[in-house]
Ligand binder design. Structure first.
Ligand code: MTE
Ligand code: MO
Length: 174
């Protein structure tokens, strides 16, 4: 018998959803002690970081790019809204269509040489359309299958502890 942690935010086979789940790019930021509604204007008010030479590597539909994506870093958003003394260990970024990824605080504090994780609002110097994914997470270290490139972010949840997917979420298989 093996233990399988069916974490939906870990890489898994996936057919990309072609259409935005809603027209509105507003999303929730859930912090350990409060929930904040983030509108596009709030993101545009934070200093942007530009990532050039980005590729979206789709296992089913080939590679597209290079693109330049720009927007605030995920770390800058968290630090802007969170009480500085609150400690946190990981972040869940989930789209309105239920697709998502899990990010360790370490990945934000020590970005990969490919660049920091950003909340992209611009694609090739133009405000992205909803169809293109605004607000779109760009994880530059992920170059295999686009499974961390979350389009249409609906929820960003900052967790104080590491969610190990135990108890009710644990599944056992033969
Ligand atoms: N919200 C959301 N984001 C998503 C997906 C999805 O289904 N929903 N699919 C992922 C996958 S598997 C791929 S290949 C890329 C496709 O991005 P593109 O449509 O910009 O090429 O989006 C990623 N982000
Ligand atoms: Mo994909």
């Amino acid at each position: 018998m093996s233990i399988d942690y069916h974490d939906p935010l870990r890489p898994h086979a996936h057919e990309p959803n072609p259409a935005p789940p809603s027209a509105d790019p507003t999303f929730s930021l859930t912090l350990p002690d409060k929930v904040i509604i983030i509108r596009l204007a709030d993101l545009l008010a934070l200093p942007p970081t530009t990532l050039t030479e980005c590729y979206i590597v789709s296992t089913g539909h080939g590679v597209s790019g290079p693109f330049s994506f720009a927007g605030p870093t995920l770390l800058s958003l968290i630090q802007y809204y969170m009480t500085a003394t609150t400690s946190w260990q990981q972040v869940e970024v989930i789209s309105a269509d239920g697709f998502g990824t899990r990010i360790m605080a370490e990945e934000l504090f020590t970005p990969s040489p490919a660049g920091p994780i950003i909340l992209a609002t611009y694609l090739d110097d133009r405000l992205m359309t909803r169809q293109q994914g605004i607000v779109r997470l760009i994880v530059p270290s992920e170059t295999d299958d686009a499974l961390r490139q979350v389009k249409w972010i609906g929820l960003i949840k900052v967790l104080e502890t590491i969610d190990n997917y135990t108890d009710d979420k644990l599944c056992t298989t033969e």
